[in-house]
Design a protein around this ligand. Sequence first.
Ligand SMILES: Cc1cc2nc3c(=O)[nH]c(=O)nc-3n(C[C@H](O)[C@H](O)[C@H](O)COP(=O)(O)O)c2cc1C
Length: 321
Amino acid sequence: MIPMSFNLSGKLVLAPMAGFTDSVFRTICRRFGAGMVFTDLISAKAITYKNKKTLEMMEFREEERPIGIQLYGSDPDVMAEAAIIVAEKFHPNVIDLNFGCPVKKVVSKNEGSALLKDLPLMNKIASRVVNAVDIPVSAKIRSGWDKESEDPVSVVNMLESCGIAFVTIHPRTRAQEYRGLSNWDWIRQVKEKAHIPVIGNGDVLSPQDAVRMFQQTGCDAVMVGRGALGNPWIFKNMGLFQQGSFTEENLTQPDAGEKLSLAMTHLKQCIEKYGECSGIRQMRKHLVYYTHNLPKARELRKHLFEAKTIKDLEDVFHEYK
Ligand SMILES: Cc1cc2nc3c(=O)[nH]c(=O)nc-3n(C[C@H](O)[C@H](O)[C@H](O)COP(=O)(O)O)c2cc1C
């Protein structure tokens, strides 16, 4: 059972995105109203080896709660051992199991979305982890390995029987990777049959998309990934939906000044966490999104990417404004 404090109803949550959803970005999203955040996928094996960098990746601030730490792996014992370490050391609100990653390096080891081809093993992993810890365990799945074997309703039914607290479904097959559109009808079908909360995910780029997903699928919460990059305002706008005042006029449309001002705040926090050189490097991918659709974005990015110090970046921002 999910504790009361863990009510997902009507919320917009931040998707795990490797390389993007570090503590700095998660904190920004929570401040903008994200209903929940997740870490990047973390290797269970690396956790059991007590790899220093891996353990650091799981650190979070109290204000990020509710937070899920996402694990991936294919050995039920290693997954359970990792989950125990995570629960004892970090006390996240939930441990999320990754059954959706399409990356070759991961699926070649029977991890991530490869487990959609081996449901008995997925069952073992989910059951072992649920029994190993006394915090909720959730799962994030794709709709299937490929079109021929796509059957997320049965997968969720099985996960439910293992004691999984809620599921997120990204309705693309592994074969699709990120191509084509996600098929939201799978979310509707899963929600119709499930007895646990269902988070819908895939192709939500605006608050209007999120509202559409709620209405078309009946899902309990919506998860947004790429639509939140450079755009945490999406969470603020969804707050209006929860308050019943979701109208076009009420939506916040940040202007260039607001976007660059948030990018600067984000950058400073990255530098605080990682140091100047590494912070600037980490921030580059976010800057691509913050500058998306801004006038003369290409020229602006060129100058931003050439910048080596915070002072250089401040000058570029200042000049652009
Ligand atoms: C750069 C990137 C990294 C991702 N990393 C993860 C991850 O670590 N774990 C995971 O479950 N999904 C990961 N995903 C998938 C997203 O969580 C999400 O399911 C997918 O992007 C579809 O949602 P969207 O259309 O809102 O982006 C990643 C996606 C992207 C684009």
